[in-house]
Write a protein that binds this ligand. Structure first.
Ligand code: ATP
Length: 234
């Protein structure tokens, strides 16, 4: 797996949101996008997955150019998204949510099935016949991650996956993502919980005004407290 974003510029109408943003995700790594609200994290994700077309620059996945492709083709190449706000199907039950869109886009490199997803999230096994809208926030998040895994992506992108969750549940989700990483899937995380993230993540990009303001590994991030006040407002 390799993802390389090269110098992309993305606009909403005439309003420019990304200004020559570049980043790379190493195989098997957990990489984060950090930054205050409105700095361009979600726009970066939307540009990668083909929800928004970038006006210039290029994006390569496994050496194929994916910028310009529609979102469904990007998904088929092996990039899975757990979207902001989870967006599970409220009127389908847990089992149906998991199998409704399942496929294996990894050409056999990974093989997540209903059973292995339920092994990862035993809480969902107990709720198999419950409707999506009957689940707690944490269970909905597990379901959203499980649904994305059922597409067997090589790269899993999570946009604010732990927003609004209690600290213990958040911790549980990080641990599960760490387990997922061990299966060889690369992960891109957008989140604000810096300290906890630095424990499971390998590399970080801080986005400021639509471009990369800083990049480095977890040790470098934790060793530089001024970064947090300067770019993250914490
Ligand atoms: P957040 O954490 O609040 O989602 P973010 O870092 O993900 O923040 P983006 O949502 O990517 O930031 O927003 C980047 C810029 O693009 C902001 O100036 C925002 O106002 C603008 N923007 C985002 N979505 C749209 C849209 N649909 N139409 C117009 N402008 C938008």
């Amino acid at each position: 797996m390799s993802l390389s974003v090269k110098n992309i510029e993305t606009f909403y109408g005439n309003s420019q949101a990304l200004f020559g943003l570049s980043l790379d995700i190493a195989t098997g790594s957990v990489t984060t996008l950090l930054g205050r609200n409105g700095m361009g994290k979600t726009t970066t994700v939307n540009s990668i997955i083909g929800n928004i077309r970038c006006r210039s620059g290029e994006i390569f996945f496994n050496n194929d150019k994916i910028s310009g492709l529609p979102a469904y083709l990007v998904a088929q190449k092996g990039i899975g998204l757990v979207p902001e706000g989870r967006q599970i199907f409220p009127n389908l039950n847990v089992r149906e949510n998991l199998i409704a869109t399942a496929a294996n886009y990894s050409q056999g490199k990974t093989n997540w099935t209903l059973d292995t997803v339920l092994d990862l999230f035993p809480a969902l096994r107990e709720r198999l016949n419950n409707m999506g809208n009957q689940l707690s926030g944490g269970e909905q998040q597990m379901l959203a991650i499980g649904r994305a895994l059922m597409l067997n992506p090589e790269l899993l992108i999570l946009d604010e996956a732990t927003e609004g969750l209690a600290p213990l549940i958040r911790k549980d989700i990080w641990q599960k993502l760490y387990d997922v990483k061990q299966t060889g899937i690369s992960i891109l995380l957008i989140d604000k919980n810096l300290e906890e993230l630095s424990r499971i993540a390998d590399y970080h990009y801080i986005i400021e005004k639509g471009t990369v303001a800083w990049q480095g590994d977890s040790d470098a991030l934790l060793a530089a407290p001024d970064l947090k006040s300067r770019y993250l407002g914490v």
